[in-house]
Design a protein around this ligand. Structure first.
Ligand code: GTP
Ligand code: SPV
Ligand code: MN
Length: 583
C-alpha cells in the first residue's frame, strides 16, 4: 500500500531519506496486521503474553525504566513568536526545534521498520473529526494506535479525499532522556517526537494532536479541544443528560466516565462516550456538542478493582495491553489496589521485593478498545456528537475545594476552570503530590498562550445563549489523618444527580462568594455510611483560605501580563471583593 496523495508520499519519502529505515510498512488497521505485530513483538521480547486462560489476548509491555510517563520539561511548542506559546509552554523557534530533533532523527530508523499510520481522531464520518498520519519505528505504538484511534485504510481514504492531515513523526531513538524531545509546530500542523516510547509522548494522536495541535486549531476555528471525559447520565424515566468533565491527569476521569451508580439510586444508568479528550463545537442551534476523538482508553491501572471500578475491571480481563504492571506466579497482571493475588515480578521484570518500591508502576496503564467497556455508549460513534448540559472541573485537593459547587455564570465558570489547582501525579515524570495550577486540566496540553485560551473561552457567550452550566468537584478532600472524607468512585453519582437537578432548575442552592453550594441534605446520602458532620465538612468554605487562593491566582495571572483578558481579571477581583466582605 502507498498513497495517491502526493504531499503525503513526498513527506514519507523525506522521512525515509532522513531516518533510513530498513523497511516501510503502511498500516491497514486490519486484525491480521494487529495479530502479526503482536506475534512479532513477542518474538523480540517487546511484549509477553499474560495468562491466556484468565486474561485472553492480554499482553504485557515493560518500558525502559526511565521512560514511564509524559515529560513536560521536554515538551515544546515551537512558534515564531515566543509569546504565542505563552508562559505555560516550553518554547523554541521552529527553526531551532527542527534542527534540534532532525539531528536526532538522522539515521534513527536504521535496522528498523518504519510504520506509516493513517488515523482519524473522531468518528470516521464526522465533520468534527480530524485526520493525521503518524510515522513511527515502534510496533508497540502501532498496536496502541490501532486500539486508541480509527486507524488504517478508512482514514487513509479520508485523508486522500480531503488532502489534509497532521504530520506526526516519532522514533523511540535510543531512549536516552538526554535525547528525548516532544516538539509541536502548530503553524505547520506537525509534531516531532523522539526518545520515548511511552503513552502521551509516543501515541501522537492523543495529547500531541488531539490536544496541543487541536487546541491551537480550535481557537482559530471557534471550537474547543479539552482534557475532558464525556458521559451520559440516564435517569430512571429514561432522560439522558451528557456532561463533560476536566480533571488533571490521574485525577479520576476514567473512573467517573464508567461508574456504576449505587443501589440507593435505582434505575440510573451511566453511558461512557470518552474518558480523556473532548472536542466541543457549537451546533446550528447554538448548543455545545461533544465528540470523543479517541476510540480506546489508555487508563491508569493502580486502584482499579471490582469495587472501585467494576466496569474497568471487567473490560481489562481480555484484549488488553498492559504497560508496566507487575505479574503473579500464575502470570496474571497485578497492581496495587487490585485486591486479588500477590505480585511475584515487579514492573521492571525483577522478582518482587517490597524494598524496591511498588510492584506496579504508579503510572502503569491499560490500553483497551472503548467497545470493551460494558457501559460503552453507541453515540461515541455518532458523527454529530452529543449535547452537553454541564461542564465540570475538578482537582485533587486535600483541603479547600468542597465536594461540589456551581459557578454563578459562564464567565465565573471560566474563572473556576482557570483557577483549578491540583496535586501532581505520576502521569508526568516530575515530582508527585505538590499543588500546582492546572487551568482547565490543560497545563500540560494547551498548545498556545493560556491568556489567549481564556480569551477564547470567554468569547462563547457572544455566540450563543445555550451554554452549559459550569461546576467544580473534589473527590479528594482529606481529614487531619490523610483519609479521604468522601467515598468516591460509584458514589460520585450522588453529586452528579445534584448537578443534573441544578441544570434542570429542580433544586435550590446556597449562595457563597465562591459559587452555589448544595443546601444541607440536598446531596442524597441514603445507604451511605457518612456522618452529617463529615458532609458539612465536605461542603464547607474556609473564607480566609479562599482569599489566599484567590490572591495567589491573581499573582499567577500577573505572570501572563497584558494578554490576560479583562473579563477574567474582573471575575477574579469580583470574587476577591465578595470574599473580603464575608471575612
Ligand atoms: P489520565 O488518564 O492520566 O488523564 O487520568 P484520569 O483522570 O482518567 O484518572 P483515573 O480515573 O485513571 O484515576 C486516577 C487514580 O485516581 C486511580 O488510581 C483511581 O483509583 C483514583 N481515583 C479515581 N476516582 C477516584 C475517586 O472518586 N476517589 C478516590 N479516592 N480515588 C479515585
Ligand atoms: C495523561 O497523562 O493525562 C494521560 C496519559 O491521559 S498520557 O497518554 O500519557 O498522556
Ligand atoms: Mn489524560
Amino acid at each position: 500500500m502507498t498513497t495517491s496523495l502526493p504531499p503525503l508520499q513526498q513527506w514519507v519519502d523525506e522521512v525515509t531519506e532522513l531516518t533510513n529505515p530498513d523497511r516501510i510498512h503502511w498500516c491497514t488497521g486490519s486484525e491480521v496486521e494487529y495479530e502479526q505485530l503482536i506475534a512479532d513483538m513477542q518474538a523480540t521480547g517487546t511484549l509477553s503474553a499474560l495468562n491466556q486462560d484468565e486474561y485472553p489476548n492480554c499482553y504485557l509491555h515493560l518500558s525502559d525504566p526511565t521512560d514511564v510517563a509524559r515529560v513536560e520539561h521536554l515538551t515544546y511548542v515551537c512558534t515564531e513568536n515566543k509569546e504565542d506559546a505563552g508562559p505555560n509552554n516550553n518554547w523554541m523557534s521552529p527553526a531551532d526545534g527542527h534542527a534540534k530533533v532532525d539531528a536526532l532523527f538522522d539515521g534513527a530508523m536504521r535496522g528498523r521498520t518504519m510504520y506509516v499510520i493513517p488515523y482519524c481522531m473522531g468518528p470516521i464520518d464526522s465533520p468534527y473529526s480530524r485526520c493525521g498520519v503518524e510515522i513511527t519505528d515502534s510496533p508497540y505504538v502501532v498496536v496502541n494506535m490501532k486500539i486508541m484511534t480509527r486507524m488504517g485504510a478508512a482514514p487513509l481514504e479520508r485523508i486522500e479525499r480531503e488532502g489534509k492531515f497532521i504530520k506526526g513523526l516519532h522514533s523511540t531513538g535510543d531512549l536516552d532522556p538526554e535525547r528525548r524531545f516532544i516538539m509541536h509546530f502548530p503553524d505547520e500542523l506537525s509534531i516531532k517526537s523522539i526518545g520515548s516510547g511511552y503513552g502521551g509522548n509516543a501515541l501522537l494522536g492523543k495529547k500531541c494532536h488531539a490536544l496541543r495541535i487541536a487546541s491551537f486549531q480550535a481557537r482559530e476555528e471557534g471550537w474547543l479541544a479539552e482534557h475532558m471525559l464525556i458521559m451520559g447520565l440516564e435517569s430512571p424515566d429514561g432522560e439522558t443528560h451528557y456532561i463533560a468533565c476536566a480533571f488533571p491527569s490521574a485525577c479520576g476521569k476514567t473512573n467517573l466516565a464508567m461508574l456504576i451508580p449505587p443501589h440507593s439510586l435505582p434505575g440510573w444508568k451511566i453511558w461512557t462516550l470518552g474518558d480523556d479528550i473532548a472536542w466541543l463545537h457549537l451546533d446550528e442551534d447554538g448548543r455545545l456538542r461533544a465528540i470523543n476523538p479517541e476510540s480506546g482508553y489508555f487508563g491508569v491501572v493502580p486502584g482499579t478493582n471490582a469495587k472501585t471500578n467494576p466496569n474497568a475491571f471487567d473490560m481489562i480481563r481480555h484484549d488488553t495491553i498492559f504497560t508496566n504492571v507487575a505479574r503473579t506466579t500464575d502470570n496474571e497482571p497485578w497492581w496495587e489496589g487490585k485486591k486479588d493475588g500477590e505480585p511475584a515480578f515487579d514492573w521492571q521484570g525483577r522478582e518482587y521485593d517490597p524494598a524496591d518500591g511498588k510492584a506496579a508502576h504508579p503510572n502503569s496503564r491499560f490500553t483497551v478498545a472503548a467497545t470493551n467497556n460494558p457501559s460503552y455508549s453507541k453515540l461515541a460513534d455518532a458523527p454529530e456528537g452529543v449535547p452537553i448540559s454541564a461542564i465540570v472541573f475538578g482537582g485533587r485537593r486535600a483541603r479547600l475545594a468542597p465536594l461540589v459547587y456551581e459557578a454563578k455564570d459562564w464567565n465565573h465558570g471560566v474563572l473556576v476552570g482557570a483557577s483549578v489547582g491540583s496535586e501532581t501525579t505520576a502521569a508526568d515524570a516530575a515530582e508527585v503530590g505538590v499543588i500546582r495550577r492546572d487551568p482547565m486540566a490543560m497545563k500540560p496540553f494547551c498548545g498556545y498562550n493560556f491568556a489567549d485560551y481564556w480569551t477564547h473561552w470567554l468569547s462563547f457567550p457572544d455566540r450563543t445563549d445555550k451554554l452549559p452550566r459550569i461546576f467544580h468537584v473534589n473527590w479528594f478532600r482529606q481529614d487531619g489523618e490523610g483519609n479521604f472524607l468522601w467515598p468516591g468512585f460509584g458514589e460520585n453519582m450522588r453529586v452528579l444527580c445534584w448537578i443534573i437537578d441544578r441544570c434542570e432548575n429542580r433544586i435550590g442552592a446556597k449562595e457563597t462568594p465562591v459559587g452555589y453550594l448544595p443546601e444541607d441534605g440536598d446531596i442524597d446520602t441514603s445507604e451511605l455510611d457518612i456522618s452529617a458532620a463529615t458532609m458539612r465538612e465536605l461542603l464547607s468554605i474556609d473564607i480566609a483560605h479562599w482569599k489566599k487562593e484567590n490572591d495567589h491566582f491573581g499573582e499567577y495571572l500577573d505572570g501572563f501580563g497584558a494578554r490576560v483578558p479583562e473579563a477574567l481579571r474582573a471575575e477574579q477581583q469580583r470574587v476577591a471583593e465578595e470574599l473580603n466582605q464575608a471575612l
